[in-house]
Design a protein around this ligand. Structure first.
Ligand SMILES: C[S@@+](CC[C@H](N)C(=O)[O-])C[C@H]1O[C@@H](n2cnc3c(N)ncnc32)[C@H](O)[C@@H]1O
Length: 203
């Protein structure tokens, strides 16, 4: 299991990430609301737990994992402090396969750590472990010829092709797919990232 640079970044007392859920997590509430039951969520690469805690607080039964042990400890501590229960553990996306069924599989900013040759097998396994009417909500970084590689790109990050994620869901109902170029200053050097986001449903 390779250590991620995030392990170092998370070793501060404060949260590295601004502790607020992403717009992708808000959209989960709209697409699969927790009415009369607690939908089961798997979050892949949960960082310090911002999205996982938001979903658990809003009535979802959340399981989350990340490669960075400090991210997972912070997730559990942050959840505990908020009086919220969730399940979080350390795992490497390159060694993990979902074994239970989920209603929502969610991942923001982590799929680019999956080895390219494992993408289809992993996504197919996630699809197989999703209940009918369940959703996948995924974000990844993609390459575009006019967007330079980020100065702080890690050697174990593999940008997806533009539209590749969408192409793996031809047999699902894609509710929304977005491609965006956004500015970033993560390394202190201004740069840009190309993003693909998908909200897609198993029928
Ligand atoms: C850009 S951060 C996103 C964190 C979180 N999803 C969020 O939106 O706040 C990427 C996360 O992927 C995790 N990560 C990196 N490599 C990983 C791997 N091989 N398996 C699982 N998680 C990994 C990092 O530790 C980090 O928390």
């Amino acid at each position: 299991m390779k250590e991620t640079d995030y392990e170092r970044r998370y070793q501060t007392k404060e949260n590295y990430w601004q502790f607020r859920p992403s717009s992708m997590a808000f959209k989960v509430l709209e697409l699969l609301p927790p009415i009369n039951r607690k939908p089961k969520v798997l979050e892949i690469g949960s960082g310090e737990g911002g999205n996982a805690i938001f979903l658990a607080r809003n009535g979802y039964d959340v399981t989350a994992f990340d490669l960075a042990p400090t991210g997972v400890s912070k997730t559990l501590e942050n959840a505990d402090r908020a009086g919220i229960f969730l399940n979080a553990f350390v795992a490497d996306i390159n060694e993990y396969m979902p074994v239970e069924k989920y209603d929502v599989i969610f991942s923001s900013g982590t799929l680019q750590y999956l080895f390219p040759e494992k993408r289809k097998v992993f996504i197919d396994a996630c699809k197989a472990q999703t209940n009918p009417q369940g959703i996948h909500v995924f974000h990844t970084f993609v390459s575009k010829p006019f967007v330079e590689i980020a100065p702080d790109a890690e050697e174990n990050e593999f940008l997806w092709s533009s539209g590749e994620l969408l192409s793996l869901y031809r047999d699902w109902l894609t509710e929304k797919f977005v491609e965006e170029i956004k500015s970033c200053n993560s390394s202190g050097v201004p740069h840009r990232h190309a993003h693909n986001r998908i909200w897609t449903r198993k029928l």
